[in-house]
Design a protein around this ligand. Structure first.
Ligand code: 5GP
Length: 146
């Protein structure tokens, strides 16, 4: 679905490539409508991106059904993140269009576990070590399965 407010979906965006299995990602959850994986440059341990499988550029063109499915999984991942990373809270972020700071044009919800007094790292700044991300994915998957 698109509308005059939103440019057309570009199937060559990096998250579409992850969905098609063309580039790797640390998956933490998948169902028929939603995929969730770790952000490669986490702003805190456990920083996860929840995306619809259906093509949607951002909040402005996603269908209500797909948005609802993303929201349900965002809550699951948020709760699991609190357990897996002994967090005290969670920050959710979603950017739509360049003016907001969106950089990848497939809708994604950022789910970031937060510990009291620990500030977020800057956005998209430091690529995390792959072994660290693998460990974080295992912790989140275990919490999601519990
Ligand atoms: P936004 O579009 O909301 O500004 O953020 C895009 C997010 O995608 C950033 O947090 C960035 O770290 C993350 N990101 C960019 N490229 C990749 C990638 O290839 N793999 C993963 N897992 N995350 C990415």
């Amino acid at each position: 679905m698109s509308d005059k407010l939103t440019p057309a979906y570009d199937p060559q965006n990096i998250f579409a490539k992850i969905l098609r299995g063309e580039i790797p990602a640390f998956k933490v959850y998948e169902d028929d409508k939603v995929f969730a994986f770790l952000d490669i440059m986490p702003r805190a341990p456990g920083h996860t991106l929840v995306i619809p499988k259906a093509p949607a550029r951002n909040l402005l063109d996603i269908t209500p059904d797909d948005l609802a499915a993303v929201a349900v999984v965002a809550q699951k991942v948020a709760k699991a993140g609190l357990v897996a990373f002994e967090a005290d809270g969670v920050t959710l972020m979603q950017f739509s269009e360049p003016a907001s700071g969106q950089e990848v044009y497939h809708l994604h919800m950022h789910i970031i576990p937060r510990v009291d007094g620990v500030p977020l790292k800057p956005a998209a700044s430091i690529k995390e070590d792959m072994a660290v991300l693998a460990g974080h994915a295992e912790r989140l998957k275990a919490a999601l399965a519990a």
